[in-house]
Design a binder for this molecule. Structure first.
Ligand code: SF4
Length: 334
């Protein structure tokens, strides 16, 4: 077990974990809400530092990141565990494994080996993804620091519920993030995913201020987070941070404990229109491979600059962050 970063010792062998905004106070011999951080004798330990459950080479488009090194591969890793409990989770077999099955599977792969693997497979980045990187922060942080020394970028695919201390600690090594903005309703966050909205909004703003390249994803769930009013508020918020943040609006499919029918494409199109009206420059429809909503166009001259099919880049006309058609700056890391 690896002693945890970012916690306080309290009286009677209790500890407070300061990694995510739950800030669990944990009694001796108990774990926090994520079930992967345990108090043993007044010291907090990560139970997942040596429990990698997934290690794959993915296109960076799969995160999804469309404006960050497009067309490159990213070594993508995860351990079990999450600090949210989304009843519609798309990766529930691993994210909810510690809570639902009371077990933590996975194997030890050191940060050094992960960085070597990234080099071996010609990955320009390492993505901490599939589950929530905040709850395996010690492994992510140690790996990101080493990767950064070797010129490899680091990406968090996150629910954005970490604390400011956590973000400040990883900031020097974190190049990009895709943040889930699951809804613009605090009630949704509290009742449907066991979180809160405000910390997520604060972190989107903070990551942008820190100069980390961010893209935001919203999984559109029929009847739950897809009202016009809610999407207008969400898009307005993103615009208030920057109208240059790419917004991925993804189609949902029934998973885990949800039997709500899948998202209609017409709902995605309606949300895209709402985003455009709010002034966002880059909006994408996700989980609908082969649609025109996965291409990148110049916000000024409208020329199609990156043509995609699913997670593949078919054609790109962006050079040095500039549109080949009109010379306008295209935001991102190209
Ligand atoms: S990471 Fe979050 S959920 Fe897990 S113990 Fe720490 S504060 Fe609690």
């Amino acid at each position: 077990m690896k002693e945890a970063y970012l916690y306080n010792k309290l009286d009677k062998d209790k500890v407070r974990c300061n990694l995510c905004s739950h800030r669990c106070v944990i009694e001796n011999k108990y774990s926090g809400r994520c079930s992967v951080r345990k108090n043993d004798g007044g010291l907090l330990y990560s139970l997942v530092y040596d429990k990698i459950i997934s290690e794959n080479v993915d296109p960076i488009e799969k995160k999804p990141l469309f404006h960050f090194l497009p067309g490159t591969m990213s070594l993508s890793i995860a351990t079990p565990g999450c600090n949210f409990k989304c009843f519609f989770c798309q990766n529930w077999q691993i994210s909810q494994m510690p809570c639902d099955y009371d077990t933590i599977e996975g194997k030890a792969i050191s940060p050094e080996k992960l960085v070597k693997d990234a080099q071996l497979y010609n990955c320009e980045s390492i993505s901490y993804t599939y589950t929530e990187p905040t709850v395996y922060f010690e492994l992510a942080y140690d790996t990101a620091r080493l990767a950064s020394e070797k010129g490899i970028k680091n990406v968090f695919v996150t629910n954005g519920f970490m604390t400011k201390e956590c973000l400040e600690m990883v900031r020097p090594y974190l190049d990009a993030a895709n943040i889930d903005l699951k809804s613009f309703s605090d009630d949704f966050y509290r009742k449907k995913v066991d979180g809160r909205l405000k910390p997520v909004l604060d972190n989107i703003r903070l990551m942008h201020e820190f100069g980390i390249w961010i893209e935001v994803t919203t999984l559109l769930i029929p009847g739950l987070n897809d009202s016009v009013e809610e999407l207008e508020s969400l898009a307005k918020f993103l615009t208030s941070v920057s109208d240059r943040i790419p917004w991925h609006i993804s189609a949902y499919y029934p998973q885990y404990k949800s039997d709500i029918p899948q998202t209609e494409i017409s709902s995605i199109v309606r949300a895209i229109d709402i985003g455009k009206k709010a002034g966002l420059k880059y909006i994408y429809g996700g989980n609908i491979p082969g649609s025109k909503y996965e291409n990148t166009s110049c916000p000024d001259c409208k020329e199609m600059l990156i043509e995609r099919h699913g997670f593949s880049v078919i054609n790109s006309k962006i050079k040095n962050n500039v549109c080949a058609g009109c010379g306008a700056v295209i935001d991102g890391v190209f």
